[in-house]
Design a protein around this ligand. Structure first.
Ligand code: MOS
Length: 684
């Protein structure tokens, strides 16, 4: 049987749930009506380190329960110690939940939480990341399982002998995930079974993790995650709100809702670790690199080792016979850093791609040409061929569309009125991953089909894309496919993370639909585990090039991004409409990383002082002037059955560097600690 319908994949289909979302009919986790629901309000530790001796609740406050480690039910140990909530007197970071107040209304819960008294023995704390911290160590692995250090050739000798070198240190600040929809859970016990309405990126994973702490197998935890208002990595694993809600519901015998206020997003959901990156490059006069050295210093918490893979992208970008990458970590009395869109690649490529720009300046060579001269024939460290790599084409084609030709390479040359104008470029890379998943396809007998998988659509368009993939695999128009996702009772799916959703779930959906079609049965289930595990691990990446034009006010130092352009090679684009939105979203977040976003730490308090969206700045509409994304028609038969690469994260990889490089081109000033604030431009 062959498909006679024009392919749904590749069509610019609008999001299937769009009308529901814009009319307010789409339900998010906190919006499910539950009979007799109670409200939980978290009491956060006011100190970064110490012991909680007692919690004194005001008996006059209208609380149903004030839970803390002195009275909370015991939980089974979690894989992630941050889910062992209210189990210990140990305080490991400021903002850690030390109590949960439960009341019949939100206002009563919040009021009672405000008057709770904490008896805390505070201890000396250490919250500042620095390059000479005595506690720095080399982790065994960096996320998810890469060696912390790699080395080839003789890096020191190569740098010593290189006619042209760069030795620079770039710093990126702590960055905070702030999805529009904050983390939220409603927990309800049905006998010994748990139901969670929870905002997350991984219903199957949340069921397993929360099940573990309550001693329940995953199938006894029903996680409902129909719509999610963004995640960016912060909802990739269960957060304390899910366990707290379930714990409280057990104690008060009613459903309990716990919604994080915006301020709590700055301590409870992870953040992007600050980094201090030293990059050394050595090249000949022709620009051919002989040495690449990139070592990142970053932080983790006392509770949990989160080792971000900051310099792993550097292992795959450019050829050089002598090379070294590494990671050093220090445990601080701070919240645990976690995933934030392109964790590792986004900060790491700031260091590498800005250093490459600095080398181009020294060589008096066009930065695009410099990159092209160092294009590797195979993956530089592993020697594995790329399934496809069109980085040079992205640079060339992107340069053409952006209008790079004729650029005066010298900085501080173009002035229009009060504005210095400059342009910059940077490369982009993101690994193409797929995780095992399962899907079920059913022939409903009326010419329509139902396809089910426990995937989460966090706003990316996953639901729509899966319908397109299913339609083509079944050989029917997309209108005849009904997709069910967002529920842990559906066939088990991998996380909506690592830009791997479409590949992972699409693989399983394709398998189930083909099997249904070929077998002629009414139902087929497909589990991709075996096929996915057979994949070669190396050599699988999407590539891109980012181009920025900025203007910098000579008087005030204000930076405006007049143009931002991304040119990508990311395999088959499954839906140009939702893809474009992913690319642009990533690039705008990259603009935030370059110019706006910064967690400002008060070392005495051990707290991010700008823990709200009034003071933690993100790009607003007015900051985006002209922005666009284009892509090559890249064919990659080896990568997966769809030929698609992930696109959710590559937009934030390299776009910050392109802007920083453009700021240098405009002003002649290299800002090496992000974000590029106007005071840093005015100081010199
Ligand atoms: Mo993404 S940081 O892998 O959700």
């Amino acid at each position: 049987m062959t498909a006679t319908v024009p392919g749904a994949v590749g069509a610019a289909l609008a999001r299937l749930e769009g009308p529901e979302k814009v009319t307010g009919a789409a339900r998010y986790a906190a919006e499910y009506r539950q009979e007799d629901v109670a409200y939980g309000w978290i009491v956060h530790s006011p100190v970064p380190r110490g012991r909680l001796n007692a919690v004194l609740a005001d008996p006059a406050a209208d609380a149903l329960a004030v839970l803390w480690h002195g009275n909370a039910p015991r939980l089974e140990p979690a894989d992630d110690p941050e889910l062992d909530v209210l189990q210990s007197d140990r305080i490991s970071y400021r903002g850690q939940p030390v109590a949960l107040v439960v009341a019949a209304t939100l206002e009563e819960a919040r009021r009672a939480a405000q008057v709770v008294q904490l008896d805390i023995a505070a201890e000396e704390h250490d919250t500042v990341l620095r390059a000479d911290h005595p506690g720095l160590y080399t982790p065994e692995k960096v996320n998810p399982a890469f060696p912390a250090d790699t080395s080839q050739g003789d890096i020191e000798a190569a740098l010593r002998d290189a006619p042209f070198t760069v030795d620079v240190t770039y710093r990126t600040p702590a960055l905070h995930n702030n999805a529009m929809e904050p983390h939220a859970t409603i927990a309800r016990w049905d006998g010994d079974d748990l139901v969670l309405f929870d905002s997350n990126q991984h219903p199957s994973g949340i069921a397993a993790a929360v099940g573990t702490v309550f001693g329940l197998p995953p199938e006894r935890v029903h996680v409902v995650t129909e719509h999610v208002g963004g995640g960016f990595g912060s909802k990739g694993s269960a957060r304390p709100n899910a366990v707290l809600a379930a714990l409280a519901a057990k104690v008060v015998g009613r459903p309990v809702k716990v919604v994080l206020p915006r301020q709590a997003m700055f301590s409870l959901v992870g953040y992007r670790t600050p980094t201090i990156q030293r990059i050394r490059l050595g090249a000949g006069p022709d620009g051919v690199l002989n040495a690449i050295d990139h070592v990142a210093i970053e932080q983790t918490s006392r509770l949990y080792e989160f080792a971000e893979q900051t310099t792993v992208a550097t292992r795959h970008m450019y050829a050089a016979a002598n090379r070294r990458t590494g990671h050093r970590l220090v445990r601080l009395d701070m919240p645990t850093p976690r995933w934030m869109r392109a964790p590792g690649e986004a900060p790491g490529m700031v260091g590498l791609e800005c250093a490459i720009d600095e080398l181009a300046e020294k060589l008096d060579l066009d930065p695009i040409e410099l990159r092209i001269r160092n294009e590797p024939p195979v993956e530089p460290e592993s020697g594995t061929p790329f399934t496809s790599r069109h980085f040079v084409q992205c640079l060339r084609e992107g340069a053409e569309r952006f209008g790079w030709a004729g650029r005066d390479p010298r900085p501080r040359q173009r002035r229009e009125g009060d504005w210095w104008i400059g342009t910059g470029v940077a490369g982009a890379i993101y690994p193409t991953m797929a995780q095992p998943s399962a899907a079920r396809a059913r022939d409903l007998g009326d010419g329509s089909f139902e396809v089910s998988i426990a995937a989460a659509d966090i706003g990316t368009g996953a639901r729509t894309i899966l319908a397109q993939i299913a339609a083509d695999a079944l050989g029917v128009p997309v209108e005849r496919v009904r997709i069910r996702i967002g529920d842990s009772t559906l066939p088990k799916a991998s996380v909506a993370g690592g830009s791997s959703g479409s590949a992972s779930w699409g693989w399983a959906v394709t398998g189930a639909c083909r099997e249904l079609r070929d077998s002629g049965r009414a139902e087929a289930v497909f589990d991709s585990t075996e096929q996915v595990n057979q994949q070669e691990k190396d050599g699988r990446h999407a590539f891109g090039a980012h181009f920025a034009e900025v203007r910098v006010d000579a008087v005030t130092g204000e930076v405006r991004v007049s143009r931002l352009f991304g040119m990508y090679a990311a395999g088959r684009i499954l839906n140009p409409r939702t893809a474009r939105s992913q690319f642009l979203g990533g690039m705008i977040m990259g603009m935030g990383m370059a110019l706006h976003e910064e967690g400002v730490l008060d070392p005495d308090m051990g707290q991010w002082v700008n823990h709200d969206l009034a003071e933690y700045h993100i790009p607003a509409h007015a900051d985006v002037e002209s922005i666009d994304a284009e892509w090559l028609d890249e064919q990659d038969e080896k990568i997966n059955p769809m030929g698609s690469k992930g696109i959710g994260e590559i937009g934030i990889v390299g776009s910050p560097a392109a802007i920083v490089n453009a700021v240098w081109h405009a002003t002649g000033i290299r800002v090496r600690d992000l974000p590029v604030r106007l005071d840093k431009l005015l100081a010199s």
